[in-house]
Design a protein around this ligand. Structure first.
Ligand code: PLP
Length: 396
């Protein structure tokens, strides 16, 4: 997955074009820019690639989720359904706008279980936020049907799965809003950065204003612009956008390498009797950022993860014990450990997660091992890796 592996002259050229103008900000300074508008240009390229009307770039994937929620008018006391298996950014963005994260089980897709989502809906639910973890996706068709039935917003977190598709639509473009991250470990990177995509004109205008202190961006000088509603600063800089522009033009190249390396490993493992691959919902095609599989039980999975490490197969994860990606280690959320006081709604509405039953998630995540697919491996390195993996997994 990491875009940081493949880096070079194209990125350097884009950044130098910005440095040559001295305008590091995406807005204003028209006279000095020498025609360079990197953020605007990247938004255009992303909209085309993702087959949507609008893209709003922001400073991170977490900012993208926050701005996406705010742009749709989500706020204090609104409930947002999110999975137990995701990055902490999911609940951070929900809490940031005063809304309430409602954790819900994942199934064998390792993304939101549609059944569990339906059971978690209350009169305060406003959003369903599936997270397409590790290069694959949630069952978007089932989730969309639920959202349509209950008049809820579908917000896709596609931060780890850029390039994957569902029913031939790019991940992120199927729901009402989609979010990407371009941090340093994602498939393509800006260093730091994120994007919101949508076909909704109002959400785009709101995201544009909200991410820049409420600026209405009517094209006067910045000081003369007005502020129709409160906003914050979630802007991306021209330098970051310049890096992203070089990277996005290489996305297809990265995806091709990713798929090739994934396929070698998957084919090597597919006849092992104790290995079962994670389910990709019908209509979905992965981005192939990770190869993810189940072992017969949690003890075997944990052992497999340890043995893979010892055999030199790096970058494999046992998510069940992970501090950042699974609810079991989110004590700061469970105990509401905030620096200042949290909004009243969160105290009143946040379930006591120490008493929640997420055994359905534990069943799947406990058995899961997930290995990052790198782009920089040589053909020989991939083959050796496949042999080592078969060696470990066939002897458990
Ligand atoms: C990386 C990531 C984010 C947040 O992105 P940042 O750019 O690091 O803020 C959100 N969700 C998921 C699933 C991620 O992997």
């Amino acid at each position: 997955m990491p875009g940081f592996e493949l880096f070079g002259d194209k990125e350097r050229k884009q950044v130098n074009e910005v440095l040559d103008t001295g305008v590091l900000m995406r807005y204003g300074f028209d006279g000095m820019r020498k025609g360079q508008w990197k953020a605007l240009e990247l938004e255009k390229v992303l909209s085309e690639k993702m087959q949507v009307k609008h893209t709003q770039l922001v400073s991170s994937g977490t900012a993208a989720l926050t701005v996406a929620l705010a742009s749709a008018g989500i706020g204090a006391g609104d409930e947002v359904i999110m999975p137990t298996f995701t990055f902490v950014a999911s609940f951070e963005s929900i809490l940031a706008i005063g809304a309430v994260p409602i954790l819900v089980d994942v199934d064998d897709t390792l993304a939101l279980s549609p059944k569990a989502v339906e059971n978690a809906i209350t009169e305060r639910t406003r959003v369903v936020m599936p997270v397409h973890m590790c290069g694959s996706m949630a069952d978007l068709k089932a989730l969309k049907a639920i959202c349509d039935k209950h008049d809820l917003l579908l917000l896709e977190d596609a931060c780890q799965s850029i390039g994957g598709t569902f029913e031939n639509k790019p991940l992120g473009s199927y729901g009402d809003l989609g979010c990407f991250s371009f941090d340093y470990v994602k498939t393509i990177t800006c260093g730091e950065g994120g994007a919101i995509i949508t076909n909704n004109d109002t959400y785009k205008v709101n995201a544009d204003h909200y991410s820049d202190h409420g600026h209405d961006h009517v094209g006067k000088d910045r000081g003369a612009e007005t502020h129709p509603f409160l906003g914050y600063n979630f802007r991306i800089s021209e330098l970051h956008a310049a890096v992203g522009l070089a990277q996005v033009e290489r996305l297809d190249e990265f995806l091709t390498i990713q798929k090739k390396n994934y396929t070698v490993l998957r084919e090597a493992l597919q006849d092992l009797p104790n290995v079962e691959f994670r389910r990709v919902p019908e209509g979905g095609e992965e981005s192939y950022a990770f190869l993810t599989f189940f072992l017969p039980d949690a003890d075997t999975a944990k052992k497999a993860h340890g043995e893979l490490g010892k055999a030199g197969v790096d970058a494999c994860f046992y998510w069940y014990d992970n501090n950042w990606h699974y609810y079991r280690e989110w004590q700061h959320l469970i105990e509401k450990q905030s620096l200042g006081k949290l909004p009243k709604e969160i105290h009143e509405q946040l379930p006591d997660y120490s008493k929640s039953d997420f055994s359905a998630s534990d069943q799947w995540i406990g058995r899961t091992v997930s290995c990052l697919i790198k782009l920089g491996w040589s053909e020989n390195e991939v083959k050796e890796r496949a042999q080592k993996m078969v060696g470990v997994l066939s002897k458990l």
